[in-house]
Design a protein around this ligand. Structure first.
Ligand SMILES: [Zn+2]
Length: 219
């Protein structure tokens, strides 16, 4: 196991590239090759200090249940509208449900924890999973309308905390990856292979629900 304490844009690319390559082999059904392809990022554990930024409910809430005024359907539409890129750092995003499918297929190599517990979750969740963040913070009167929501990596969202995005330092944005779909195209194949080879993290119907959210026409 490799303890990871910080994440930067190079890590976003490293994780996205490895998972993109793995997805290409997974759609052919080759789980052995896919395991090899994720080798460079396997067995990493997040041990850093980022805290989840969305308003917490009770301590038993999972990360996914927070920010209650935004539905999963709206989240999916925000991510699609923003072309699966973080509007702060410009890096590629992979939706959490797709990462969970990878974790189900490779539970030891790419561990998942629903509360993002330090030492128990792969840093790819912080680096790649997008949040639908309020542009104008909830506390400053912002609503959960799609127009007030923007796609941010979980790590970028945590760094933003409840300040306005314009108050953050600017970053050198990577070139926009045209046609990046957050691996949604491969998602059904990853889920299917996880069902036959892996271990389930998600409740029954979880992946089916997200597939439906992402297939909705955007508003
Ligand atoms: Zn970002």
């Amino acid at each position: 196991m490799a303890a990871v304490l910080t994440i930067d844009l190079a890590d976003v690319d490293r994780y996205a590239d490895a998972l993109n390559a793995a997805a290409k082999t997974i759609v052919t059904g080759d789980v052995v090759e896919a395991r090899e392809v994720i080798g460079p990022i396997a067995f990493e554990r997040w041990e850093g200090r980022l805290r989840y930024a969305a308003k917490a409910g009770s301590s038993s809430d999972t990360v996914e249940r927070r920010a209650r005024d935004v539905t999963d359907r709206i989240r999916a539409q925000v991510f699609l509208r923003d072309e699966m890129a973080c509007t702060y750092c410009g890096g590629r995003c992979i939706p959490r449900n797709v990462l969970v499918a990878f974790s189900e297929l490779f539970p030891r190599e790419l561990p998942y924890h629903p509360n993002y517990r330090r030492g128990a979750i792969h840093p790819m969740y912080w680096a790649l999973a997008p949040e639908a963040d309020h542009t104008l913070a909830h506390a400053r009167g912002g609503t959960g309308d799609i127009a007030n929501l923007t796609t941010l990596h979980t790590m970028c969202n945590a760094r933003k905390s409840d300040s306005l995005l314009t108050e953050l330092p600017t970053v050198d944005r990577p070139e926009h990856v045209v046609g990046w779909d957050g691996l949604l195209d491969a998602y059904p194949s990853i889920v299917a292979l996880g069902n036959s080879h892996g271990r389930r993290h998600a409740a029954a119907g979880y992946h089916r629900r997200w597939l439906r959210h992402f297939s909705q026409e955007s508003v």
